[in-house]
Design a protein around this ligand. Structure first.
Ligand code: SAH
Length: 193
């Protein structure tokens, strides 16, 4: 593996992420929304994730603006990144499949929203966010560059920590005891033992 191949792997991951999401985005537009918790902070957090995971690496690839922060490429790290990227894509696809019509890019409750507790959601409450952590980790291993490597982790960190508490409060307000019971047996991104 070379840095160029690692960048091709990262790019493929990004394209596949986009392809996996398209049908869900289309379907989501047609699902009526009952209530939402959208805010400027929520929008800013989503933008931070997009900048860290997509914009910064693309600027690095196309302009070399962050070349000052390069360090020697290590194939073993990049291979580990490639494996995490495959795991990310699998988790992302599976969590979308299980969430189905209940998915939203922001914090929304749909008409006829159902609490999903099956599949990956049986073990963790946020498999899709776990997937985003894996993507960010993969990025940090595929780029031998401090700026492009760490930007994804910062972006996902901002999205995750600003959103997860609000999302759980929204779910609790909507599902009450059912959500409390669900929380008792699941972890946020790491299964409860
Ligand atoms: N946090 C989840 C889902 C991310 S998508 C994950 O990481 O997998 C965000 C939307 O999913 C939220 O607006 C919420 O309405 C919905 N959601 C989150 N958990 C859910 C669950 N267990 N069942 C149904 N909908 C859920």
């Amino acid at each position: 593996m070379t840095q160029t191949i690692a960048i091709v792997v990262w790019s493929l991951g990004m394209i596949l992420w986009w392809i996996i999401r398209i049908p869900h985005q289309r379907r989501a537009r047609k699902q009526a929304v009952k209530s939402h918790r959208k805010s400027m902070a929520e929008r800013a957090a989503l933008a931070a994730a997009a900048v860290g995971l997509v914009v910064v690496p693309l600027i690095h690839i196309f302009t070399g603006a962050f070349r000052f922060a390069d360090y020697p490429f290590q194939p073993l790290l990049a291979w580990t990144g490639a494996i995490l990227l495959v795991l990310f894509l699998w988790l992302f696809r599976e969590s979308h499949r299980h969430l189905g019509r209940n998915w939203s890019i922001t914090l929304e409750i749909r008409e006829e929203h159902k609490l999903v507790t099956e599949g990956l959601y049986r073990y963790v409450r946020h498999p899709m966010y776990a997937a985003f952590w894996l993507w960010a980790l993969a990025q940090s291993l595929l780029f031998a560059n401090w700026v492009a490597g760490i930007s994804g982790l910062i972006g996902v960190g901002i999205l995750y920590f600003s959103r997860v508490g609000k999302e759980e409060a929204m779910m609790r307000a909507n599902f009450g005891q059912e959500y409390d019971d669900y929380c008792r047996t699941t972890g946020r991104v790491i299964p409860k033992i």
